[in-house]
Design a protein around this ligand. Structure first.
Ligand code: AQP
Length: 325
């Protein structure tokens, strides 16, 4: 039997190059390899913890599907689906929440960060890691390709799986995070982790003008063009190198280290590299955006595949918990 791969992306905003390098790229490569039984979902239930605009959620969900297809995801090898098309994710969430220790959720980063900022925290945000555990355990995932920020959530999913298996029967497989070290945390234009919610993103499929504007806004220090610069402390370098070969990267590093390479010029080169890289994918993206029937057909087929697997799992879970005899 093939190992199972599961991953998701929230439909909480437009996807950015952090989402691409941190997760989407690996999801597409591993999924298309045919080595795994792959389930990639668009996490619209998750997006409800931060987004209350229905039209925006529909648009973001469609846009995420177009993005995955444009990035090369092969729907004949990967079930691409909308999370809420498989409503048993929420039933499993309830069941798993009954074996989840509250203190563990209180240590989750998303909860702690928002609490520290005195933000209004809804119960959905607090129990978000349980929904994520349900997304992963539903399919008995072995591998979950994600960015570094999601590592803790995979740990929580493992804990919950262990608690359930000990309380009832050995139902769930232990999932493993698949994190590529070099791209674990892509910085945003302000130098902190690129995030949809922080407005510090470079859109994956923005127009040339949008990409240029975002890149020209990358925060830099006050070094003059002639000054030597430490590439490892520069978000311009960190972002630009994502689009380079090893050899090109070495040349860019040296330019920063030698001095005589101003930030304005560095940003212009960075924007050119991004635009050259995304242009062919963006053409496909525009194609899918103008062919919604094709996109929804992929999502519907993916949902059927996921639903049939989820049904098997829920039958088992209902039996071992005594919800059905
Ligand atoms: N900056 C990043 N570097 C590397 N990986 C990243 N990911 C997100 N940002 C970076 C990875 O992308 C996948 C999908 O993320 P998500 O949409 O489910 O939610 P997120 O991690 O919370 O992403 P954002 O953009 O930061 O969204 P908001 O602002 O809504 O919280 C995940 O695998 C994630 O690790």
């Amino acid at each position: 039997m093939k190992k199972v791969l599961v991953s998701g992306v929230q439909s909480s905003g437009r996807l950015h190059i952090g989402n691409y390098f941190g997760a989407i790229k690996q999801n597409v490569e591993l999924g298309n390899s045919g080595e795994y039984d792959s389930y990639i979902f668009i996490a619209d239930y998750h997006s409800m913890t931060t987004l209350t605009d229905a039209k925006e959620r529909i648009e973001n969900t469609f846009d995420a599907a177009c993005t995955y297809l444009a990035c090369g995801l092969d729907p004949s090898k990967v079930a691409l689906f909308k999370q809420s098309d498989v409503p048993s994710h929420t039933e499993l969430t309830w069941i798993l929440s009954t074996v989840t220790p509250m203190p563990m959720l209180m240590l989750a980063h998303a909860f702690k960060d928002n609490e520290a900022k005195n933000k209004d925290i809804n119960a959905g945000l607090f129990t978000y890691p349980v929904l994520m555990a349900s997304d992963i355990l539903m399919y008995n995932a072995h591998v979950v390709p994600v960015g570094k920020d999601q590592e803790q959530h995979i740990e929580i999913a493992r804990e919950i799986a262990g608690k359930f298996n000990r309380a009832y029967e050995e139902v769930f497989t232990m999932p493993h995070a698949y994190i590529v070290k070099d791209v674990a945390t892509i910085p945003g234009i302000d130098g902190t982790k690129m995030s949809k919610s922080k407005g510090n993103t470079i859109s994956l499929f923005g127009t040339d003008e949008e990409i240029k504007k975002q890149v020209m806004s990358i925060v830099t220090d006050s070094a003059r063009p002639e000054d030597k610069k430490n590439p490892d402390e520069s978000a311009v370098y960190q972002i630009h190198k994502l689009f380079l070969t090893k050899e090109q990267d070495a040349v860019l590093r040296k330019k920063f280290e030698d001095g005589g390479y101003g930030y304005k010029e560095a940003k212009e080169h960075c924007a050119e590299a991004i635009i050259a890289f995304v242009s062919p994918m963006r053409e496909k993206y525009n194609y899918y955006r103008s062919h919604p029937d094709e996109v929804y057909a992929v999502l519907n087929a993916g949902a059927q595949q996921a639903e049939s697997r989820a049904k098997e799992m829920m039958n088992r879970v209902r039996h071992v918990t005594g919800l059905v005899s």
